[in-house]
Ligand binder design. Structure first.
Ligand code: SPV
Ligand code: MG
Length: 477
């Protein structure tokens, strides 16, 4: 019932509540974006959008479905045009139950006979008797459960040319029967009769609602002093869409291409935006591929770059940066790896800092953990500092290596308990700084080889070069 509360709150806050008629989800959303306070689920707009007369041809459930669609697609309260209540008091009772249960904020019923026709169509607008309509209002009031759910009584006496006296009489009776607001409808080209009605009725202090379709000059500024609390721009949305659709269709038909219309209509991107296509991507990122999402990545980056055995570039790094912050074509190794990890759905990333830890910028996307004792311990201590207490699939990446996405993808999709990224040990690499391994199957050192995902069991792992070593560790486990 949040929407009924909203409508009540808007009534209390605003001098004038501005409502616009709509017929579906997208039009309701546009109304909300344009800054209006509520949506009128217009009988005329809904029936017209079905291509049928506004004459109770559609059923209550068809109108209700559209009202729900509008309610769901915007945060604005929906005021439903419920014609005569779709029948007699029994229909009204069912209608109130259905609309209130569906989260619609308010309903409006008019004092005509079922089946009604639109107020601007023809001259025959037979009215219900006052007592019959008051019965409907009383039934509605007794049925609604939420005190904030508003029942608006719509008077058609001016439309039916029954005069001001009749209109006022009905207004008093309907307020006594419990209407929360009075909608006074007119098909005059000027607001004169509406103004007269308001002046005579406003002492009742019941909110007055107007629909200035035929008297479009009537300005909002004049309304509050006349006791008008709500203005409904009931059918301008569907009328303007018809204008625009016709113009576009004529141009396409005449020019036999889309060139002239393409510039005049909104881009497809705007339609995507209105139908919240972006939320698909966000939801997928959040919920899809959830196995990867739970993987913890630890990047130990605490150590000082090794001294002595390095060339110029290492010296440069040593004096200024932790290695993972060195930029390659404007983007650091760490950032590049983070991008690669994110693209695989890995979002929990911990970087263990130590040497020049102040050079790491906090950004909320990577957790920084400082290993204060980095100078006196081993890399494994940094890795341990990043582990969680609970069991969790964990990826460990060296900080100073740029990783290829496909390799990391293979690693995290491995079904084995521990999987290690290895590369063939070239002859040049022997006895250099590396982590050496002996694995069951030799790499193919020459000629062509097909990569496959077959298990290659690791027999030995060593910091020092040893005779049977055939691979080196690439820094990803
Ligand atoms: C509607 O929008 O369906 C209305 C208002 O009832 S009007 O068409 O102006 O009568
Ligand atoms: Mg209507």
């Amino acid at each position: 019932m949040k929407n009924s509360k909203n409508l009540k709150a808007i009534f209390e806050k605003n001098k004038l509540v501005r409502i616009v008629g709509a017929h579906d989800g997208i039009t309701a959303k546009l109304i909300s974006r344009a800054g209006f306070e509520g949506v009128w689920a217009s009988g005329l707009e809904i029936s017209a959008s079905y291509g049928v007369p506004d004459a109770n041809i559609l059923t209550m459930t068809q109108y209700l479905e559209r009202a729900i669609e509008m309610n769901d697609s915007s945060s604005l309260p929906v005021i439903a045009d419920c014609d005569t209540g779709y029948g007699n008091v029994n229909n009204v009772i069912h209608m109130i139950e259905s609309y209130e249960k569906s989260g619609i904020s308010s309903v409006c019923i008019e004092d005509k006979l079922f089946p009604k026709v639109n107020s601007f169509f023809g001259n025959k607008q037979p009215l219900a008797s006052i007592s019959e309509f008051c019965g409907k209002l009383e039934a509605a009031k007794a049925t609604k459960k939420n005190k904030d759910f508003m029942v608006i009584a719509r008077i058609e006496a001016l439309i039916a040319r029954q005069g001001m006296k009749e209109a006022l009489k009905r207004a008093y009776e309907y307020s006594d029967a419990g209407a929360d607001a009075i909608l006074i409808h007119s098909k005059e080209k000027s607001p004169v009769e509406i103004i007269e009605f308001c002046k005579k009725f406003k002492s009742r202090k019941i909110p007055i609602v107007v629909v200035p379709t035929t008297y479009p000059k009537f300005h909002e500024n004049l309304m509050p002093n006349l006791g008008i609390k709500m203005v409904i721009y009931a059918n301008q949305v569907i009328r303007s869409s018809v204008t625009s659709i016709e113009k576009t269709l004529q141009k396409i038909s005449k020019n036999k291409n889309l060139l002239s219309v393409d510039k005049e209509i909104v881009p497809v991107k705007k339609i995507f935006d209105l139908q919240s296509m972006n939320s698909l991507k966000e939801n997928e990122e959040k919920y899809l591929d959830s196995d990867n999402k739970r993987i913890l990545t630890i990047i130990p980056a605490a150590g000082k770059p090794p001294k002595g055995k390095t060339d110029k570039i290492d010296k440069f790094i040593e004096s200024r940066y932790p290695v993972c912050l060195i930029k390659i074509k404007g983007e650091s190794i760490l950032k590049r790896n983070k991008r690669m990890l994110n693209s695989l759905g890995l979002k929990i990333i911990k970087v263990i800092t130590g040497f020049k830890s102040e050079s790491f910028k906090k950004n909320g996307e990577i957790q920084l953990i400082k290993n204060e004792d980095y100078n006196n311990c081993e890399q494994i201590d940094s890795i341990m500092a990043g582990l969680n207490n609970k069991f969790q699939d964990t990826l460990i990446l060296f900080s100073d290596v740029l990783f290829d996405r496909s390799i990391i993808s293979k690693l995290i999709n491995s079904k084995h308990d521990i999987s290690i990224g290895i590369d063939k040990l070239s002859l040049n690499n022997r006895k250099k700084y590396a982590d050496y391994l002996e694995a069951e199957h030799d790499p193919v050192l020459e000629g062509r080889s097909l990569l496959n995902n077959e298990k290659n069991l690791i027999k030995k792992f060593s910091k020092k070069y040893f005779k049977n070593s055939n691979y080196e560790f690439i820094g990803a486990i």
